[in-house]
Design a protein around this ligand. Sequence first.
Ligand code: ARG
Ligand code: ZN
Length: 880
Amino acid sequence: MRQDTGQIFKIEDYQPSDYLIPETKLTFELQPEATIVTAQLQFERRKGVEAGTPLVLDGDELSLVRLELDGRPVDASGYQASPQQLILTAPPASARFTLTVVTQLDPSRNSTLMGLYRSNGVYCTQCEPEGFRRITYFYDRPDVLSVYTVRIEADRATAPTLLSNGNPVEQGDLGSGRHYAVWHDPFPKPSYLFAVVAGDFDVLEDSFITASGRKVELGIYVEHGKKARAAYAMDALKRSMVWDEEVFGLEYDLDVFNIVAVSDFNMGAMENKGLNVFNDKYILADEATATDADFANIEAIVAHEYFHNWTGNRITCRDWFQLCLKEGLTVFRDHEFSADQRSRPVKRIAEVRTLRAMQFPEDQGPLAHPVRPRRYREIANFYTATVYEKGSEVVRMIRTVLGAEAFARGLKLYIERHDGEAATIEDFIRAFEDASEQDLSQFALWYHQAGTPNLAVTATHNAADATFRVEIEQSVPPTPSESRKRLMHIPLAFGLVGEDGQDIVAAQIEGAQVENGVIHVRKRKHSVVFHGIPKRPALSLNRGFSAPMTLSMEQRPEDLVFLARNDSDLFARWQALNTLLTDATIRAYRAVSGQANVAHDPNLIATMGEMARDDSLEPAFRALALTLPSESDIAREIGANINPDAVFMAREGLAKAIACANADQFATLYGIHDAGEFRPDAASAGKRALRNVLLDYLSLSSDQPTYAAAQFASATNMTDKAAALTILAHRFPGHVEASAALARFEDTYTNDPLVMDKWFQIQASTPGANAVEVVRSLLDHPAFSIGNPNRVRALMGTFATLNQTGFHRDDGEGYRLFATTVLEVEKRNPQVAARLATALRSWRSLEPKRQEAARQVLVMISSREDLSSDLRDIVERILS
Ligand code: ARG
Ligand code: ZN
């Protein structure tokens, strides 16, 4: 594996390459253990670069077989080759020359899943961000664009399907059981978008006619016998293609578009030009094996990768510091797509929940970095929630700030200007500035400054002069290596809600720029005065989550209950309720810690019942309203000296109070809300979601596994079955009904790894001290495999991120089991190990005993001498 060199990459060190590679011809002679790659690279010296300037190419664990310059072998004095670099010391003085590089690879032994690897009999590549250099020596950087022609040769019996980027050109037989295929991609692309796949697949075929009338052949390649499970992904793909034409005017540009689903994959999916490669978890689905959440993820990720064809591929990144240029924008696009295909407010709530769960802890801890970072040691560690999720929020804010029309003009200008180029965030911002004639320099701090901004707000009403005064003060907390922060431009959407639930329009507003329901906070303090407000309104802030920030505001509980019931913005209704639930839990937490009993506000408890039965609200929204903030949400709000056991008890207490007070009602509603025959659409899924939240409350109030056991037995889809099993396992651990259901599930799905992942997840997230032992024994389960990223994430990832009481067991055993596993994983796959290790990033917010135990395992890992650059980077940053 790649060991740490200690090298830090800095944005200001960017230099264009000395040479360009207009054309790349690759031949893969695929063999499981000895694949030969012949790369014929046409080089062109860049204007202004002196003739004879040495050519320095990247490699990673490469072994060079042969090197030719313009068809003649290069003698030993003419080059230096190591596993990580090839230097042609004195290239020809001519402006153009061709270098032929032959390397030999062992795809079977490549367990990193970067570069070319072979698993389950499938040859597959993953090149983003720096995997191409594991295939051949190259300028493995996103700003060197080349036109690729790829010839693949393999055994016909084991690899009848041979795929690469672009369009198919030719295929044929080679005798002795070998065959070949040639692919040509006319669009110049960086090496990270290159892909080859060879194996034995079933293919689901379809076609699409673009807006301008071109026919595109579509194919989804899956394991034999799983073709039917690709139907939903195909449907999502076609809807994505239509949507991108209709909403953004962007059409597909090749004759074929292929997707391959593989079972060993480091991330979710990859947007290689014309050949997307997916983790099969995000392709395969049917009602019997996938949950509604799986369907929604598949739709979003298929769309995401497809949308990259323009935002990422046609316009790519100058360097990896610009990663958010493609990722933030493409996440924004997939969010919009899902919002259009499903329910916009429900989608928005889900996005905010994810942002808070994944990005806020990153931004508020040792791994905080700007959306557009300026430094990195290991770029693979920057595929973060900050780059993706916060990056998307920043694009959304540009739309809020400029308005939908100017935003659309800006995006169009960006695409026209930079099509075929490798661009920067500065280029992106400039397009919006030019299209809108607005200055976005203060706004651009969202890209450059890490940390979650806070707005402290107080409001006072003066009946005598009918004014409502809102005092706003912004601050950005310090983050690693950025102690002093500059003032940001924060678009704060708001409403003044009157007694009748309608928004009040002020006669006049002073103190800030206020437009279309948005206060533009730009200074440290604003005193915004609304005139003509005779009665005190309820203040609704950050409607629709207009900015990724935290709010500090003393709000009267009765105002929050009022907003939860009446705000015209559904997100704000959910938020008001969520704030009340969080506050109630924190109050109980303080009491639990002090061994006192807490009574919860009957008004809040009653509002929960009201939400559950309000037929004017869609079921999916009601399900979200009834879902309590998670243990980590609550811990994040508490902030310091956290005792996860006390958080758990406080949350359970509130859940029980809600369940018992509304027991009859929830039982009736559970009976009514049957979604009927399975359909994967959002409305049907919403009904199932509501019903399953109700089932959890019923199980809690009755303290009996009967309801859940009955649903488990009768469920005809995986959503209802997995929900019932979760309740049985989590609420009734050790109970005979729980054990029987787990055994039954295991029995039914032993041969279906993706479903077994759910079985691992449910057990790994079962709360309590015993979880450590459960997880330890599951590591030895025959269905578990330390080399498969999905298995590792399902078991150890779930344990470390979703099991607060188990993972943070006060004797530190959870951390020790975790650390041992991380090191085991690292031997095979440093990238997955490093990602896993981030679960320890919030260790400093724990109470002292747990803090010390967590620190010890972090020190233990970091003191290993042979750490990969991936894991060392993460662990050292977490400890610093
Ligand atoms: N570009 C891919 C996506 O977001 C992610 C690939 C990241 N892969 C990696 N090994 N870091 O769609
Ligand atoms: Zn992406």
